[in-house]
Design a protein around this ligand. Sequence first.
Ligand code: TEU
Ligand code: CA
Length: 585
Amino acid sequence: MQIMKNSTSDSIRSENSNWWQDAVFYQIYPRSFYDSNGDGIGDLQGIKEKIPYLKDLGIDAVWLNPVYPSPNNDYGYDISNYQDINPEYGTFEDFTELLDAFHAQGMKLIMDLVVNHTSTEHDWFQNSRRNPDGPYGDFYIWHDGIDSGAEPPNNWNSFFGGSAWKYDPLRGQYYLHLFDEHQADLNWANPKVREEVYRIMNWWFSHGIDGFRMDVINMISKDTSFPNDTRELDDLAVKGTPYFINGPELHNYLKEMRAKVLSASTKFAVGECPGAEFEDVLALSGMDGEELDAVFQMDLMEIDHGSGGKWDIRSWTAAEFLSRLSRWQQGLEGRAWPANFFSNHDQPRALSRLADDNEYHFESSSLLAVILLSLTGTPFIYYGEEIGMPNADFRSISDYRDVDTLNFFALERTRGREEDELLRIIRYMSRDNARSPMQWNGSKYGGFSSTEPWIPMGRRYAEINVEKDLSSQRSVYREYRKLISFRKKTAALGYGDFEPVESDHAQLIAFMKRHRQGDYLVCANLSTRDAQSRLSFLAAFLPGAVGTELEYSNYKRTTLQDQELKKGILNLRPYEACILKITKS
Ligand code: TEU
Ligand code: CA
């Protein structure tokens, strides 16, 4: 699919632009969104009931995390059957009903495609381990161990801790698993594997879905000489990444996929690509349209990662935040289409991580909305973000469900680290922070279910929930709705050229979005103290600029402040975020 930048046409909804370029997406973690039948597990009928809520917010398209049959070692990312629905979430009929219901509202639905690996319970894997010479014998990555089998084939690590290899006594060989040991990596070097994947994708398209979010799609090609990783690395770091992230055949596989599945279609293909560098993203989603339509890269999500990765938390500054945004916004401009997000099911809640989820809860939540919805590219709002859901913040390890979190805890305990210290890290960084049930109201199970949910409610659900938010004078939901609608009529936000200004400020970030139809300045104070920005610098950026007009602020602004604004002084209160229109002579 060719990316059309709107610089050649006049309307923001030009007939040349792709539907997903105009769309505001909403990501749903189905297990935690809404439980319609009282078993404590979110489901497809539950999502269907909430379509009006999403429609009212201004959502155009939804990405569903995996809903296929799965033993849930990684809650759906370990798939045992690609062509069915997990009975916990409903039936295949429920799925087609849901899809029709979205379409009836003019909304789109994209599914998660998890084909770097399958569950070890998938028939393919069971066949592969039983029958090395059979049709599935070569579907996975099997190797003999070294030292007569006593040691794994090399020193690569799983992202969830420990070796990436697991010995299977039945086959008498090791198989590769970059994630949990119940997630065996498929052997993409085998053309039969690739044919199966394309067949499955086409099957889902024939049922009418509108696209795929492709899980760790930049890891499908491995260096088939499987070398040891000899770099000097932090204890917590993952070994082997240079040999499987953006591996040698990746671009060939994706070009083949484009040709066999995605060509001449209006389906959207967005790839999740952890560890993708700038050049990789260009190659993967460049405007030639030969591979993906857009890429989720993790640069901003790594702002607080130290040399040991996600569990090695470090501090960051506003200037760094802006520089990470700018690197991609400016770098990809006119060359590739960005997919923007501040949260997902793998990250802590952005509100707790990047802003203040307490005293400045309303301001922080709406500030994140201002920034996300002002970026060029397709925005993805993660469920609960629109009411300012903070980290679940469970205090006891028994409340956590995520294999990554539990492995980290167990492994570090054996290395002698204190339980308290580990819990402090987990309360900040665990993926379960963003997987707790949607907070619909303040009743016992948060209006999510009539029974005890599969994972506890976030600690502050009685105080922060949809019902309370909507009845409040300061509703986060209504700010999101306002900003989504403003974005849809303001070409500069979704399509404009990005230019950082105030790129060295200790407290605030500011950037311009420029477009033929009008130029805008976005300013956000990322601190708990007042911050001043000088607007006088605008002259340097925009010859002919004479002033600004306030389009949006998450604070009420007084006439006096408006006068100051006219004089070029912008005083931002804690977590204040503004959008200003630049006026010209
Ligand atoms: O995530 C890939 C990934 O590399 C990370 O975000 C990962 O979750 C993190 O490094 C753990 O520390 C994708 C999915 O989004 C994630 O939910 C799955 O667990 C993973 O792939 C395996 O399918
Ligand atoms: Ca249910």
